[in-house]
Design a protein around this ligand. Sequence first.
Ligand SMILES: *[C@@H]1O[C@H](CO)[C@@H](O)[C@H](O)[C@H]1NC(C)=O
Ligand SMILES: *[C@@H]1O[C@H](CO)[C@@H](O)[C@H](O)[C@H]1NC(C)=O
Ligand SMILES: *[C@@H]1O[C@H](CO)[C@@H](O)[C@H](O)[C@H]1NC(C)=O
Ligand SMILES: *[C@@H]1O[C@H](CO)[C@@H](O)[C@H](O)[C@H]1NC(C)=O
Ligand SMILES: *[C@@H]1O[C@H](CO)[C@@H](O)[C@H](O)[C@H]1NC(C)=O
Ligand SMILES: *[C@@H]1O[C@H](CO)[C@@H](O)[C@H](O)[C@H]1NC(C)=O
Ligand SMILES: *[C@@H]1O[C@H](CO)[C@@H](O)[C@H](O)[C@H]1NC(C)=O
Ligand SMILES: *[C@@H]1O[C@H](CO)[C@@H](O)[C@H](O)[C@H]1NC(C)=O
Ligand SMILES: *[C@@H]1O[C@H](CO)[C@@H](O)[C@H](O)[C@H]1NC(C)=O
Length: 389
Amino acid sequence: MLCIVFLLALSAAGTAFVHPGALHTARDFERINTHIANGDEPWNTTWTLLTASSFAQSDYQPSPKAIVYRGDNGVDTENYPSLYHDTAAAYQLAIRWKVTNDTSYADAAVNVLSSWAATLTAINGTSDMFLASGLYGYQMANAAELMSDYAGWDSSNKTATATMLTNVFASMNMLFMEEHNGNDNYHYYANWDQCNLASLLAIGIFTDNQTMYDYALDYVRNGPSNGALPVFAIANYTECGETLTQGQEAGRDQGHATLDLVLLGIIAQQAYNQGDDLFATYSNEILHAAEYVGKYNVGYDVPYTLYESYEGNQTVISNSSRGDVRPGFELLSAHYGQLKGLDSSWTDAYRDMVNANSTDGVEGGGGNYATTSGGFDALGFGTLLYRLS
Ligand SMILES: *[C@@H]1O[C@H](CO)[C@@H](O)[C@H](O)[C@H]1NC(C)=O
Ligand SMILES: *[C@@H]1O[C@H](CO)[C@@H](O)[C@H](O)[C@H]1NC(C)=O
Ligand SMILES: *[C@@H]1O[C@H](CO)[C@@H](O)[C@H](O)[C@H]1NC(C)=O
Ligand SMILES: *[C@@H]1O[C@H](CO)[C@@H](O)[C@H](O)[C@H]1NC(C)=O
Ligand SMILES: *[C@@H]1O[C@H](CO)[C@@H](O)[C@H](O)[C@H]1NC(C)=O
Ligand SMILES: *[C@@H]1O[C@H](CO)[C@@H](O)[C@H](O)[C@H]1NC(C)=O
Ligand SMILES: *[C@@H]1O[C@H](CO)[C@@H](O)[C@H](O)[C@H]1NC(C)=O
Ligand SMILES: *[C@@H]1O[C@H](CO)[C@@H](O)[C@H](O)[C@H]1NC(C)=O
Ligand SMILES: *[C@@H]1O[C@H](CO)[C@@H](O)[C@H](O)[C@H]1NC(C)=O
């Protein structure tokens, strides 16, 4: 009896998180390091690409800002590229440390994180500030999570980083999920919810905040707005014995339709590493939505159901940015096709098309795609970090 009470108390206090355990676990690095040591392809080529990145060099210097502005509000100058450059750098440096054990990369990574923790007080601009809170929140928290077991990270700097992630990013993530910037649940397209949910999961894990993590997990499963799984799926179709699911942004444009699946993959991977299988939720909804997006974006037609968006009726699937080259599907192919053995053929086809259009034929990361924000929406390097076979 005493034992049971004790265990419940432990779990309620939220001491049960796996670390590192957002996008990557210690076991993942055993696999990654073995492939690199053996010179296996395509892992070694991806590793070489990462080591050549200007964001992965030990002399990298961050440019922290007290207030980050995303969106032109006519008053403040947008300065958010420094945030997405620095988060990409912190993450890439953290990966280099995990693989090589060379503390020059660890010191550079925690310098980026600690410098932002000492400087950043708010994110502002237009409503786009809530894209910054989501996208760069999940990214910075993932870099911090990878560094969480680095003994050389001064403990007060580490605490300051956790406080900054909670007070600046997670508070905006929560505000967005609860109030949607003063709009109803169907106003903002799915990716807005999804990046803020990805951020809450990652910050919850890094800061051992079970309440935050559980809130985001429940929202993904049962939430009332566009990014939550029950609302995101607009229609199901059966083709050749396979389910294809039309996602919420199919009638908008394919740049966002593909981004949604990249973000859902990030959400599900982070939860999976804590023992919660969102990949399997609603009979593999994320796979079926990835298959739909993959098939259309590699050039095949898919069925479509009218969607009543806040901007008006979208009567046909949007061919705007069809064939968009967006990194992030390596994660989905690795989980569904390679780990679970499910049919991920269209997801794989899209991954392969993206890789064919990428440097060295593999999935790169921040710095390897567009120099504008879209090139930094994903942390990338999935061919190295997720691929199992
Ligand atoms: C990995 O790739 C690099 C760059 O192409 C090459 O120099 C190196 O020999 C490869 N590693 C192994 C173990 O084959
Ligand atoms: C990594 O470095 C730490 C600190 O120097 C050391 O304790 C550990 O054994 C190293 N691990 C590997 C795999 O080299
Ligand atoms: C905390 O981080 C800042 C920025 O990297 C660094 O200048 C400072 O030396 C760190 N403090 C300690 C005690 O390591
Ligand atoms: C952004 O700045 C405006 C104007 O200074 C302020 O009213 C608002 O509260 C700020 N928003 C956030 C989220 O900090
Ligand atoms: C944990 O997360 C919840 C929900 O976001 C927040 O209200 C609370 O302040 C956080 N706890 C700590 C210790 O930061
Ligand atoms: C699509 O199929 C999933 C899995 O069976 C189900 O949970 C969901 O409600 C369906 N959605 C629609 C819009 O039919
Ligand atoms: C949008 O589509 C719905 C469902 O077909 C229809 O009831 C509604 O009148 C349409 N709205 C407009 C503005 O065409
Ligand atoms: C793209 O969609 C528009 C609107 O449905 C259509 O008029 C146009 O022909 C399509 N373009 C291509 C290349 O399919
Ligand atoms: C991607 O590569 C394919 C050939 O593999 C090519 O047809 C297509 O135009 C490329 N797309 C982009 C956006 O570069």
